[in-house]
Design a protein around this ligand. Structure first.
Ligand SMILES: C[S@@+](CC[C@H](N)C(=O)[O-])C[C@H]1O[C@@H](n2cnc3c(N)ncnc32)[C@H](O)[C@@H]1O
Length: 308
């Protein structure tokens, strides 16, 4: 990862660092300031890590409840959607209720839900500090890091198709029977069943398989409809471009969607009062994210030189 375009900010005017203050070390650069002031000049993101308001009065200006979170996030989600490509992954951190409030907004702006990862801080998080008789609920020891991708969309006439629908549409348009996808890929029945199915058992064709499908349709399909599997109407999508039409994901072995890790403590926990603040804090932030998690999600969804 060469570029990290990140925010470390406090949105209260008296403490906001200079809008274009930048921290740089080696290939990594981190900009301070309000996110909305930076979106336009950041490079296209391969990965977006959002850890904004939770609606828990977490910082000056934060809402008191998750109810208004969707309104708060709307301009941000729109900006992410404008800059994202089909290679982009979004990791959206929040409380469960905060995420529930923002999820419909993300879906409406073209983000596809992949998985909800749960940070389980464990019993130590509430030790001696949860009176369930008064609270009348189970003690909360979790936050979520929700995984979204910006799925590729294909324009056909006036319609917008998903990748699955487009593959099937292009093959059918070539006039070839669906079963010939197996001949194209050199399989007995896996190619037709996996790549051209209309149901939920659909699989993304890897680069080589896509190249074979496209070459076969363009060679044997009805000459009048050529080119098939093209996005520009001039030539078929190349295998290289095809690989860039979906988000990266490299799964660490043994990791599930439950991430058990205590609240950050010790040397990793950033201590001290915020300058200019009336009260001293033992920790700078009430729920600092473990570096381990940020490392995990960036590694899972980027390659070297990608922008985060
Ligand atoms: C949940 S906290 C982030 C915690 C941090 N990621 C950590 O692990 O310690 C949300 C942060 O978003 C910041 N924030 C609020 N509005 C912002 C904005 N418009 N642009 C950038 N940051 C903002 C707040 O100052 C607050 O520190």
């Amino acid at each position: 990862m060469a570029q990290v375009q990140a925010l470390l900010s406090d949105p209260s005017p008296r403490q906001a660092p200079e809008a274009h203050q930048e921290y740089a070390r080696g290939p990594v650069s981190i900009r301070f300031g309000l996110a909305e002031n930076h979106y336009a000049d950041w490079p296209e993101p391969t990965c977006i890590v959002a850890d904004g308001p939770y609606g828990v009065i977490g910082f000056p200006g934060d809402a008191h409840t998750p109810a208004s979170l969707a309104d708060w996030y709307e301009p941000h989600v729109k900006a992410w959607s404008e800059r994202a490509t089909p290679e982009t992954t979004l990791w959206f951190w929040n409380t469960e209720a905060g995420w529930a409030a923002v999820h419909p907004l993300l879906i409406a702006n073209g983000w596809e839900y992949r998985c909800c990862n749960i940070w389980d801080k464990g019993l130590g998080h509430i030790a001696g500090n949860a009176n369930t008789r008064t609270l009348r609920k189970y003690p909360v020891v979790t936050e979520v890091c929700v995984h979204y991708v910006k799925a590729a969309q294909f324009k056909v006439g006036g319609a917008t198709l998903s990748m699955q629908a487009w593959l099937r549409h292009e093959w059918k348009r070539s006039g070839l029977p669906l079963r010939l996808a197996n001949a194209a890929c050199g399989t007995l029945n896996a190619a037709t069943r996996k790549y051209l199915t209309a149901d939920h058992l659909w699989y993304y064709p890897p680069q080589e398989a896509f190249a074979k499908l496209a070459a076969y349709a363009n060679r044997h399909g009805n000459p009048q409809g050529r080119p098939y599997f093209s996005m520009d109407g001039k030539s078929p999508v190349s295998a290289r471009k095809w690989a860039k039409l979906r988000a990266k994901f490299k799964c660490e072995l043994g990791v599930t969607n439950v991430w058990r890790e205590p609240q950050v403590s010790g040397a990793e926990r950033i201590q001290g009062a915020r300058s200019g603040m009336k009260y001293k804090f033992r920790s700078l932030h009430g729920s600092q994210k473990p570096l381990k998690f940020i490392d995990r999600i960036i590694r899972a969804s980027t390659d070297k030189d990608d922008a985060v």
